[in-house]
Design a binder for this molecule. Structure first.
Ligand code: 5GP
Ligand code: ZN
Length: 113
């Protein structure tokens, strides 16, 4: 999608520190990390929010979660990590290309704000 910052990262139009990529998923470092490890996991397909998901997207969403476990292991997060997705304004979603935050490397408080 033309004006989507994450689509631009997928298309390599703007730089990002990519840590994992396959046919359906891209994982890169958040530009404003809130934890020692703070990654963003996105599908290569532009989907704005969870409300826009269709049945046919189930494989893509599964791919994201498989990537989460794989990358977390590679980053040495065996002690734990958190996978979060902010959906729409009440959750503070800023980028309307569906994504998970993968955070770890320190104890994480619960519940988040
Ligand atoms: P949201 O509130 O939508 O869940 O979070 C969007 C996240 O994307 C924020 O944590 C923000 O720091 C990150 N972000 C926004 N623009 C960029 C960018 O251009 N590059 C990277 N690597 N992260 C970004
Ligand atoms: Zn997009």
């Amino acid at each position: 999608m033309q004006d989507c910052i994450f689509c631009k990262i997928i298309n390599k139009e703007i730089p990002a520190e990519i840590v994992y990529e396959n046919d359906s998923v891209l994982v890169f470092k958040d530009i404003r990390p809130a934890a020692p490890v703070h990654l963003l996991l996105i599908p290569k397909k532009h989907i704005p929010t969870f409300f826009d998901l269709e049945e046919k997207d189930s494989g893509i969403m599964g791919d994201l979660q498989l990537a989460a476990g794989r990358v977390a292991r590679e980053m040495g997060l065996e002690k734990g990590f958190r996978l979060i997705s902010n959906c729409n304004q009440d959750a503070g979603q800023l980028v309307f290309h569906i994504h998970y935050h993968l955070m770890g490397g320190r104890p994480l408080h619960w519940p988040p704000g």
